[in-house]
Write a protein that binds this ligand. Structure first.
Ligand SMILES: Cc1cc2nc3c(=O)[nH]c(=O)nc-3n(C[C@H](O)[C@H](O)[C@H](O)COP(=O)(O)OP(=O)(O)OC[C@H]3O[C@@H](n4cnc5c(N)ncnc54)[C@H](O)[C@@H]3O)c2cc1C
Length: 287
């Protein structure tokens, strides 16, 4: 099933994410987490792509397992910056052969010291048309309510986002954000800029203090004072932080649905307990 059909429907949707193992030894624990999350019956599940593409086969394998064993549509992430055109064609052939219909087209982070002039793919907008030509895929792209860190201004980032969408994206998934007003403002500016594909809101339940420090360093997300106080108070108490983090994420999700957003993606990071708690909190809301 195509993800665009899920997120366009009137029913609010909720999806979860898993990431593949770094090597085959840790495949079993990832498989276990994936199965526990799949058993919760999300509308779809996404499987991330390891930086550099070395674990591409794991992404495809897990995505296929989710679809064939649980009947849940899978969204396979695919990054291009470290790959040749031949490698990307091979990965797409593999996804097609495994029955994967949905791909999140990403650039990935540019490795240090790389001469960008020599790259086959410099932006996700170079990858999208390649996927489009390769098969009947539903194609998503990433967007950044607080702008991508490499863009000088949000205006510049929006102009580039428009290029990406016009290259053939069916929908967008956002980077995490912790203040819904940032998303509402971004959606307004996006529509003003003439970008009108459906947007899936990405929510990260923060369940430990180390995680939040890493997130701040990578994404430059603004943290509302209310959220900072929760992390300061409970960050060193894993059980309390799990409870507080999933409740905070749930409140964000309820506010998004109440304000008309229909699709929410939870960065569940191979943590079935996080997915379970959020679904439980929403049981009467996403029936
Ligand atoms: C929802 C989501 C899922 C992700 N999943 C993964 C994953 O599975 N694996 C992984 O390694 N990483 C993942 N990432 C991280 C992502 O790879 C990085 O954020 C990366 O730095 C940018 O990828 P992108 O596809 O957004 O790049 P792009 O869309 O190419 O944008 C990157 C930068 O280039 C600019 N730009 C874009 N197009 C153009 C253009 N045509 N001309 C000029 N400038 C342009 C943009 O404004 C931005 O500053 C994910 C991010 C998100 C938000």
């Amino acid at each position: 099933m195509k993800i665009i059909d899920i997120i366009r429907s009137e029913k609010p949707s909720l999806s979860f994410e898993v990431f593949p193992p770094k090597n085959s030894q840790s495949m079993e624990s990832v498989r276990q987490a994936t199965e526990e999350i799949a058993e919760l019956g999300p509308d779809y599940m996404s499987v991330t792509y390891g930086a550099g593409g070395g674990t591409a086969a794991f992404t495809a394998e897990i995505a296929e397992h989710i679809q064939t064993s649980y009947g849940i549509p899978a969204l396979a992430h695919l990054t291009c910056v470290s790959s040749s055109r031949e490698k990307i064609a091979g990965v797409l052939d593999g996804l097609k052969a495994r029955g994967i219909e949905n791909v999140l087209a990403l650039r990935g982070d540019v490795p240090e010291g790389v001469d960008v002039e020599k790259l086959d793919f410099r932006h996700a907008s170079d990858l999208v048309p390649v996927i489009r030509r390769h098969g009947d895929f539903c194609i998503g792209g990433a967007c950044y309510p607080e702008k991508h860190p490499e863009s000088a201004t949000s205006g510049e980032d929006l102009r580039n986002l428009r290029i990406k969408v016009e290259s053939g994206c069916d929908f967008l998934t956002t980077q995490m954000f912790f203040d819904n007003n940032i998303l509402y403002n971004f959606l307004y500016r996006m529509r003003e800029a003439g970008i009108d594909v459906p947007v899936v809101a990405g929510i990260m339940p923060v369940t430990n203090a180390v995680q939040i420090r890493r997130i701040m360093a990578i994404s430059g997300s603004v943290l509302p004072p209310r959220f900072i106080r929760i992390v300061e108070r409970y960050g060193d108490d894993p059980k309390a932080m799990l409870q507080a983090g999933t409740v905070y994420a749930t409140e964000q999700i309820i506010d998004l649905y109440a304000n008309g957003l229909r699709a929410v993606h939870v960065y569940s990071m191979n943590k079935p307990e996080v997915a379970r708690r959020i679904l439980h909190n929403l049981s009467a809301i996403i029936r």
